[in-house]
Design a protein around this ligand. Sequence first.
Ligand code: GLU
Length: 390
Amino acid sequence: MRISERLARIKPSATLAVNTKAQELQAQGREIVSLAVGQPDFCTPINVCEAAKAALDDGFTRYTAVPGIPELREAVAGYYGRFYGAKAGAANAIVCNGGKQVLYNLLMALVNPGDEVLIPAPYWVSYPAMVQLADGESVFVPTSADDGYLVTLEGLEAARTDRTRVLILNSPSNPTGCCYTQAQMEAIAEWARRNGIFLISDEVYDRLVYAPFEPASLAKTWELYPETIAIVGALSKSFCMTGWRVGYALAHEDLVKAMTKIQGQSTSNINSIAQRAAVAALNGPWEVVDEMKQAFVGRRDLAYEIITGWGAPCPKPDGAFYLFPVLDKFYTADAPDSAAMCTKILEEVGVALVPGSAFGDDKCIRFSYAVDDEVLKSALAKVGSVLLGK
Ligand code: GLU
């Protein structure tokens, strides 16, 4: 089979690969606990499901406008107005197949061949692959557990060249759960604007930020620089809608048009029924998201205590539902890196985790704590028994 050279350079998504492997083992009858893929264990809220059922009963099953139905684009703009005070309209909103397609469309719309894209590392698995698909070049800006996995202006400045076109900032971060303050985000946005760099602010975990940390978003200042910032959001995590595939962006009208062109030539509109459900989600009520958030706080504390109890350095995350501890001191001759250690843990005790190498840091392993307390406790005890050799 002759596959394009472009594709030969791209690795499959590690998060999805681990998830598939865990499902295969489960299908073979193995008892597997997955702390791998970032997927809340709660159900999609009832009012959202009901809106979808009503859409189906109404026969709302045909093509829609490519960037989304008008009421959904209004609801996206309204969401950013309600929570962050952004004065945006429906023309600044586009709805895509999950946050992933938002990012893909953005990079395809912004990057020319050879353009450099700054990516603070550790980073979410699909950023570099998407940059490659857009014929750009990823330039990684390293951060470490010691500095809370937060990039500094000095780090960004050291990585900047004449070819730097885009910076992808992700807060709360996948895989670290670390968050930038509003002041830090704005300083980075100002640095990017000053240097003619477009800033993609991936904020898909924006509703999962844990007190006392103050939720931050560039949507708060978006209208100051609408030509240099796009905000990326999604319903997957906040509303437990991973399978529905609803992501969105707040961006300049011209950029929304460019993204619409790409989407119109690739996937068209997202699922019509999911769009009606998304309107119901975005228009509230929001209490249900806060209830889930409370559960995540408890799980974060539980997982953090157990993992740091192993003596593994790990900044305490203020958001998302991941921990990214440094575990390389536990690597062994038969499991000398994060991928081999994850395979060993999966085979020996049936717990699926994603190797840090997929996120650009082989010293670490990512733990998703989006499972209930008892499952989490027992899974971590099993992982601890492999790592500590007990
Ligand atoms: N974003 C989630 C994760 O990192 C979902 C999987 C994916 O789309 O890569 O686990």
